[in-house]
Design a protein around this ligand. Structure first.
Ligand SMILES: Nc1ncnc2c1ncn2[C@@H]1O[C@H](COP(=O)(O)OP(=O)(O)OP(=O)(O)O)[C@@H](O)[C@H]1O
Ligand SMILES: [Mg+2]
Length: 241
């Protein structure tokens, strides 16, 4: 198990930090059976990876053993975006490498500066990961994660493009649906809810993310001007349907 360092981990404004904290606490209330959680959205670019990463960090910082698993096997940018490198100079194996090579999962998972936060980024993007996701090895990987850690958070591809999300959802205890405020059409969100239902994956909650106030809008007022003017957008969490 290599240890990694993240060179670019953003500091969040208080309001975003608080929104993620509320999400974390609400997930705690869901009980012991909810362990494997998919973080998903309808369309690309809604903020799944952002929410998954921040939630993972807060869970780990709170002393809850949590693993963040990058299941965006087609176009993950996690290692570049967060400046992830191993401390010993070893190459990170990553999710798709693990799924296609006979190595131990514990060898692939990386330790971090956080005692309770482990991570499995994806490094080698693949054009068609369906075979990997449909494999028994994938199912076993998810189950192992769910047993070893209190929470396993799965950063997933969007639901509208490929079937990867439904397969992942089918193996998880529930999903957090990230919705980009003011962007994602209602009908498409409804369709995502149907897809989750079809996959047998309970909806745990919805995160309304990347909310931009127009200066007089509700979110602008709620979070304040400096927040709107800053680099980060609002996130709000809705519990249940
Ligand atoms: N609440 C937020 N505040 C500020 N920036 C955000 C927020 N949520 C997401 N972003 C930024 O928006 C961009 C898209 O977010 P992210 O990569 O998390 O989306 P995604 O849903 O994982 O996209 P993809 O479908 O491509 O995987 C990123 O640059 C991310 O840092
Ligand atoms: Mg992503």
């Amino acid at each position: 198990m290599s240890k990694i360092t993240m060179a670019n981990f953003p500091e969040l404004p208080y309001a975003v930090e608080e929104a993620v904290n509320r999400l974390r606490i609400n997930i705690n209330f869901l009980g012991n059976d909810i362990r494997k959680i998919m973080v998903v959205s309808t369309m690309p670019n809604e903020g799944k990876s952002f929410v998954a990463m921040q939630l993972w960090r807060q869970m780990a910082e709170a002393g809850t053993s949590t693993v963040l698993v990058d299941l965006d096997l087609r176009k993950s940018i996690m290692t570049e975006k967060y400046g992830i490198t191993t401390d010993d100079g070893e190459e990170i194996k990553g999710t798709s490498f693990y799924l296609s090579h006979p190595i131990d999962l514990d060898e692939a998972i990386c330790k971090t500066d956080m005692e309770y936060g482990d991570i499995l980024p994806n490094v080698d993007n693949v054009i068609n990961p369906s075979m990997l996701l449909e494999s028994k090895r994938f199912e076993e990987m998810l189950n192992y994660m769910g047993e070893k850690y209190r929470y396993a958070l799965f950063d997933s591809p969007p639901l509208n493009i490929v079937s990867d999300g439904e397969r992942i959802g089918n193996l998880c205890d529930g999903a957090i649906l990230v919705v980009r405020g003011g962007e994602t059409p209602k009908g498409m969100v409804k369709h995502s809810l149907m897809q989750l239902e079809r996959a047998g994956c309970p909806l745990l909650g919805v995160v309304l993310n990347r909310v931009q106030g127009g200066g007089s809008g509700y979110y602008y007022k709620k979070y304040g001007g400096s927040y709107y003017g800053g680099h980060y957008y609002g996130s709000e969490y809705y519990y249940g349907k």
